[in-house]
Design a protein around this ligand. Structure first.
Ligand code: GSH
Length: 209
């Protein structure tokens, strides 16, 4: 299968997908979409993804948006190495972590929303800090129960693909990570892996250095 990933180097959702492609060693073409200059709103791109967002995975007969849907597809088509724990309870815990990041932290602290909050007279930094801190508190609690070398035991899973970009984001926002020792430890371990480094924003062709 020839894949093209429509991605922006700094997009954390794109980074999640790049991490899984990298863990599974799946070759793909990288198509940069500059979301700062509004390329995601171009007619040609909207035909693919009417949500005007990245990531978007294109293949021979497929077009998929939403990072977790793309990841599930990649897992189904390229099951080895798996990024899902086999134990049902560990798999559920993994999805808990993913959902906290994907459906709580990420959408509530993205710049589109925080800029709106600022426009309405709110303090965008205070808002983002509150969201990230409450989300990380919940993730930390789960990691206390299930983390090993990585988020869930000693296997690289979707939770790791979600955690790394979100922690990088938090660091860019100067969030104090000391109350989250498990998150910090797992993050540092992950960041040192070649699979994660290959997928890192600064190593993409559209990175601005
Ligand atoms: N739930 C979606 C979120 C996608 C998303 O928010 N993408 C952001 C980048 S991380 C984007 O394209 N923003 C540009 C915009 O909304 O104009 C996913 O998991 O893929």
């Amino acid at each position: 299968m020839d894949y093209t990933l429509f991605s922006y180097w700094r997009s954390s959702c794109s980074w999640r997908v790049r991490i899984v492609l990298s863990i599974k060693n799946i070759p793909y073409q990288y198509h940069a979409i500059n979301i700062l200059s509004g390329e995601q709103k171009g007619e040609e791109y909207i035909e693919k993804n009417p949500l005007k967002q990245v990531p978007y995975l294109h293949g021979e007969d497929i077009g998929i948006s939403q990072s977790l849907a793309i990841i599930q597809y990649l897992e189904d088509i390229h099951p080895t190495p798996s990024v899902l724990p086999t134990s049902p309870i560990l798999r559920a815990k993994m999805w808990e972590i993913c959902e906290i990041i994907n459906s709580w932290i990420h959408p509530l602290q993205n710049s589109k929303l925080t800029n709106k909050i600022e426009g309405l007279g709110g303090d965008k930094n205070e808002w983002a800090l509150e969201v990230v801190t409450s989300g990380f508190r919940a993730v930390e609690n789960i990691l206390e129960q299930v983390a090993g070398t990585y988020c869930v035991g000693n296997q690289l899973t979707v939770a790791d693909a979600c955690l790394v970009p979100q922690v990088c984001n938090a660091r860019r926002r100067n969030v104090d990570l000391t109350p989250f020792p498990n998150i910090s430890r797992v993050f540092e371990t992950l960041l040192a892996l070649p699979e994660i480094q290959r997928a890192a924003p600064e190593n993409q062709s559209d990175a601005v250095k």
